[in-house]
Each structure stands twice: as C-alpha cells, then as structure tokens.
Design a protein. Structure first.
Length: 89
C-alpha cells in the first residue's frame, strides 16, 4: 500500500507495470492456494479430526477470499489506468 500511496510520483507506464506485477504475484499465490486441499488430505488422515480439518479449511477460505478481493481490486485499477483515468497535474 505504501507503493500505491506514492505511485503519483511515477509515470503512467511505471504505475501500470507496478500494478501488473503485483497482480501477477497475487495470481501465483492464488494458484498455490488451489493446491492446498490436495495437500491437506494427508494431514486430515493423520489428525483424524474432522473438526480441526474444518477450521483449517476455513483459514484457507479466508485466505482465498482475501486474495481474490485483492486481485479484483488490482485488475480494476489496471483497467482504469489503461482507460486513461489517471488525472493529470
């Protein structure tokens, strides 16, 4: 967020590159989240507690929900930049 706060000091191209880079990182992170349920199956068998597993999966759910919200926001900003919405001084 600090980068976003000071982004007004960058050129439009630099700002666009910054948001696209951050969105790319977010997509990579979301792909990692998608792999977690398969990895967790072994732990579910080990712990043998459907209750604990349920709450573990809730943690994954909030992570995915937050990441998706961030990506949605980033993609909206990228589109707004491409649409020329950045004000001029």
């Amino acid at each position: 967020m600090v980068q976003v706060f000071f982004a007004g000091q960058l050129s439009d191209d630099e700002v666009l590159e910054m948001f696209e880079r951050i969105a790319g990182y977010m997509r990579i992170g979301m792909a990692a989240y998608d792999a977690i349920p398969q990895q967790m199956e072994a732990y579910e068998d080990y712990v043998q507690s459907p209750r604990e597993f349920y709450f573990w999966m809730l943690t994954l759910e909030i992570g995915k929900t937050t990441a998706q919200a961030n990506l949605d926001w980033l993609e909206s900003i990228i589109q707004r930049i491409k649409d020329g919405e950045i004000p001029r001084d």
